[in-house]
Design a protein around this ligand. Structure first.
Ligand code: SF4
Ligand code: SF4
Length: 506
């Protein structure tokens, strides 16, 4: 086993939280059987929704491409099992309080018949990096840590920068979530194979795999594989268990001591961060010819009878997954998709598991922090903020709707970790306020962009109308001149106006 190393940078702020991970890590990952129906949202990634390629009534096979990426930040969607397309219709999803979104509904036939696999890539190092990126794009792979950013596009962007390090993120710092821990324990070989594929795609030769120090089984499993394959390019790094050390920018700081600039990306400082689950999904697709049609997710909380990690097909409803975990307990009150700090509450378990679903959390108590009181300027929120923001100041500007000051004080760098909420003695829902304020800033930016595009269209139209008017006048004058044979100077004048107009157009 190769020993993990410890020379780390520092993380500002953060909190040591009770993990609640033991409950779901005492047994192996359980396979969820094929459900009767699969609900596949066509937007499971940031960017535009994918476009359905199948019709109602059509039979589909496991692994078949059923919706292709619509925009530049899209990712294709594949059928997770064989069956018949029942409908393409709105369905509750975990996007915003169970808000409906268009989904392809497949009635499974239980046969699980797969499309004929394409030829396996025997030696990925024989592929040119661009060909490898194109192939990754076809696998429908997105960031499985929760961000759902299409992986191929992230790699393409990284290739335009000077990247020297790949960081595999196995730091699962949010309480209750343990799917990456279990994946590292059980599929360490696939994760490391994915790292090697990613390094080839990026044409780099240095990778750190970051794991928290309280995950000895995962560290042992990864270390054993590294010891076997003797790939000195990959180094295991143990990091302290502090929330939110798994945030991309925070991880870069911890592992490389490089600071991602405000408004920037890890690629600005030579790093690309990928979740360990994403690396395993890349292995499954490139080496195993299986696109992203299933994932490991944690089902936990005191509202679930037998907390556990499961591998479920994308599109399985949360209700079907909870049944596998023994169903609800009498105390189940709140259903959250994701962790307690960053997850979203939903009102129904009919929502489907999507590529980004890393946790299904059912809790008994409704956390009521107490009545909101005025800010007492204690500064506790600032001392725990991992981005070194001044939450109390941001709160003030958010209440005043002061977009300029919010930007100036770095609201757009807020990672919505929720640390400031947890320590605030006045129970101010700071993160929720920041989320709303960030949404408003985005809307304003969109509005400004739309207005700028409309102005450009308006100016172009006026310009075209003016040019057409001059052309018409020129034609008319030419006609008159030829009739009267008396207008060479008038024609010359008109031609000169046209020439000037053409020059302006250029
Ligand atoms: S939610 Fe934002 S402001 Fe609050 S601690 Fe986290 S990063 Fe800082
Ligand atoms: S922790 Fe709460 S009370 Fe203290 S400064 Fe921040 S917002 Fe104000």
């Amino acid at each position: 086993m190769s020993a993990p190393t410890y020379d780390l940078g520092t993380l500002h702020g953060g909190l040591r939280l009770t993990g609640h991970k033991e409950e779901s890590t005492s047994s192996a990952i359980l396979e969820v059987p094929i459900p009767s129906q699969l609900i596949l949202p066509i937007a499971q990634h940031v960017g535009d929704p994918a476009q359905p390629l199948v019709g109602i009534g059509e039979r589909v096979l496991k692994g078949q491409l059923i919706a292709d990426s619509g925009g530049s930040l899209g990712a294709p969607i594949h059928a997770s099992s064989s069956g018949k397309v029942l409908a393409i219709e709105p369905w509750p999803t975990s996007r915003r309080l169970g808000a409906s979104a268009p989904c392809i509904v497949i009635e499974c036939d239980g046969k699980d018949e797969a499309v004929l696999p394409a030829d396996a890539v025997v030696d990925f190092t024989a592929l040119a990096p661009d060909d490898l990126l194109r192939k990754i794009l076809q696998g429908g792979i997105v960031g499985l840590g929760g961000a759902a950013f299409p992986t191929a596009q992230k790699l393409m962007q990284a290739r335009t920068c000077e990247i020297d390090h790949l960081l595999l993120n196995g730091v699962e710092c949010e309480p209750y979530i343990s799917c990456d821990d279990m994946l590292m324990r059980e599929n360490a070989g696939e994760i490391i194979s994915g790292a090697q594929i990613l390094m080839h795609a990026l044409q780099i030769s240095a990778c750190f795999i970051a794991v928290e120090s309280d995950k000895p089984e995962a560290i042992r499993a990864l270390g054993d594989v590294l010891g076997e394959i003797q790939d000195s390019r990959i180094v295991l790094k143990k990091v302290p268990t502090i929330y939110p050390s798994g945030g991309e920018d925070q991880l870069v700081q911890l592992i490389t001591n490089r600071e991602v600039p405000s408004g920037g990306l890890p690629t600005d400082v030579g790093c690309l961060v990928q979740n360990v689950g994403t690396a395993a999904a890349i292995h499954d697709w490139i080496i195993g010819n299986t696109p992203l049609i299933s994932r490991v997710t944690t089902v936990t909380g005191d509202g679930v009878a037998n907390p556990i990690n499961v591998r479920a097909r994308i599109g399985t409803t949360i209700g079907d997954i909870i049944k596998i975990a023994g169903g609800y307990t009498d105390r189940a009150e709140r259903l959250i998709i994701g962790g307690p700090m960053t997850g979203k509450a939903v009102s129904t378990d009919r929502v489907p598991l999507v590529k980004a679903t890393n946790c299904v959390l059912v809790l008994s108590e409704t956390l009521s922090p107490g009545p909101e009181l005025p800010c007492i300027r204690c500064g506790d929120c600032a001392s725990v903020c991992p981005v070194q923001l001044l939450p109390q100041q941001l709160f003030w500007y958010a209440c005043a709707d002061d977009e300029v000051k919010l930007r100036e004080f770095g609201l757009t760098d807020c990672i919505e970790c929720g640390c400031c909420d947890l320590v605030c003695p006045s129970h101010i829902p700071l993160t929720a306020d920041f989320r709303v304020a960030k949404g408003r800033i985005r809307e304003l930016a969109d509005e400004k962009a739309r207005a700028a595009r409309a102005r450009l269209r308006f100016e172009a139209r006026n310009h075209r109308l003016e040019r057409e008017k001059i052309d018409r006048e020129a034609e008319l004058a030419l006609q008159k001149a030829s009739v009267k044979k008396s207008g060479p100077s008038a024609i010359a004048e008109i031609l000169e106006r046209k020439r000037r107009q053409n020059e302006e157009d250029q």
